[in-house]
Design a protein around this ligand. Structure first.
Ligand SMILES: *Cc1c(COP(=O)(O)O)cnc(C)c1O
Length: 385
């Protein structure tokens, strides 16, 4: 099966194989692996040893995003949130339920927030302490560039929390160049092509340390993750870690470096995206985003008219070995195809061919033949495709 979803992504067999072992997380062997992963992540984030720390947390991406919000924004505190996609909406809910107050910039989900919009919002809301934003909006595929976000926050003297879950590892970013950032947050199961089950925040040490207890949740307190590392070493997990996921991540990081790191990964994803967009346009499908707003992570396309049904389309693709999401997160009906994961340009060409076959067959079918076949017992409608 070729998995073309924007996470958890298709992985290398060596990454999956690394999970097939029992692990004692407090054993010295594992502690060495864990500490090495934290050091490697710090390096990939462009963090400075001693100044920044890698803070892992069990759970999926939502958990680490909530942990960052809770740790750095005080209860009742207000922060700026550009609303241009479904993951911004998730930040809104995570923050609101945690008693942090989002001040939204309302935007369409088809383009990034601009510097002028950020400046205006900061000017109108001097009470906010932070800008919190999604870098790669996985609902549509746009990129809110951290360079634009960071520069606006620096001009306003505000701090930044970046949900870089579907960007980290592919989109260029160096913490050392972004003194305004309190937390850069990601998971291994997107552009780093690892497994789901753990999240990471990379944060400035001093600022994090000073916020111990502010989270209002022991489980989600990144300052407490830091304290644990400071007291017992960065190889010591706080609570039971997703040990197999971490070991697999170690292998994924090795493969990442072998491929050539961030520039190579971005280049492969961009090529995947180019093939996808050109292929879909050749099939007569309309991309949801203008070319200048298209990020490298995920392609969204307007659903064709007529009798198009997303689940039927997805089922037909799956029978041919290509799996895409059976839902969409844009304001208009679309379908989405991930360009990330252990997926090569040839896989993308194959996927475009398969999509073309399926669309032709879906459209080519005369309605009377379809109802005839659907009436036949034991034959699910999809099987005529
Ligand atoms: C995947 C993703 C998350 C986290 O989602 P989980 O399902 O909790 O892992 C958060 N933000 C963005 C932008 C994402 O793409």
């Amino acid at each position: 099966m070729l998995l073309l979803i924007p996470g958890p992504v298709q992985t290398d067999p060596r990454v999956r194989a690394a999970m097939a072992a029992d692990i004692a997380p407090w054993d010295t062997d594992f502690r060495t692996e864990y500490a090495a992963i934290r050091a490697k992540v710090l390096e990939l984030a462009g963090g400075l040893p001693g100044e920044h720390a890698t803070l892992p947390l069990q759970g999926s991406g939502h958990f680490i995003v909530e942990a960052a919000l809770r740790t750095f924004i005080p209860a009742g505190g207000r922060f700026l949130l550009p609303m241009n996609g479904t993951y911004a909406e998730r930040i809104h809910r995570l923050a609101s339920e945690a008693g942090r107050v989002p001040v939204t910039i309302e935007l369409p989900d088809t383009r990034p927030v601009t510097a002028a919009e950020l400046d205006a919002a900061f000017a109108a809301h001097p009470e906010v302490t932070h800008l919190c934003a999604v870098v790669s909006e996985t609902g549509s595929g746009i990129i809110n560039d951290p360079e634009v976000l960071g520069a606006a926050a620096r001009r306003a003297g505000k701090r930044v929390i970046l949900d870089a879950v579907s960007a980290f590892g592919a989109w260029p970013f160096r913490l050392a160049d972004h003194p305004e950032v309190d937390a850069l947050v990601f998971t291994p199961n997107k552009c780093l092509e690892g497994m789901p089950g753990v999240g990471f925040a990379v944060c400035p040490v001093e600022r994090t340390r000073a916020r111990h207890g502010q989270a209002g949740s022991w489980s989600l307190d990144l300052a407490d993750v830091l304290l644990k590392a400071e007291l017992t070493g960065s190889g010591t997990p706080r609570f039971t870690p997703a040990a197999q996921v971490l070991r697999a991540f170690g292998v994924a990081l090795h493969l990442y470096e072998e491929e050539g790191g961030q520039p190579a990964r971005l280049a492969r994803y961009l090529e995947n995206m180019r093939i996808l967009r050109e292929g879909m346009e050749a099939l007569g499908l309309r991309p949801y985003l203008a070319a200048e707003h298209q990020g490298p992570i995920i392609g969204t396309f307007h659903q064709p008219g007529g009798g198009f049904e997303l689940q039927r389309f997805v089922d037909a693709l799956k029978r041919r070995g290509v799996l895409i999401s059976n839902f969409y997160n844009t304001t208009e009906p679309t379908f989405r195809i991930g360009c990330i994961g252990t997926v090569a340009p040839d896989d993308m060409r194959h996927a475009v061919r398969v999509i073309g076959d399926v669309l032709r067959e879906l459209n080519a079918l005369p309605p009377e033949l379809e109802s005839q076949l659907m009436a036949r017992p034991g034959l699910p409608p999809g099987d005529i495709l």
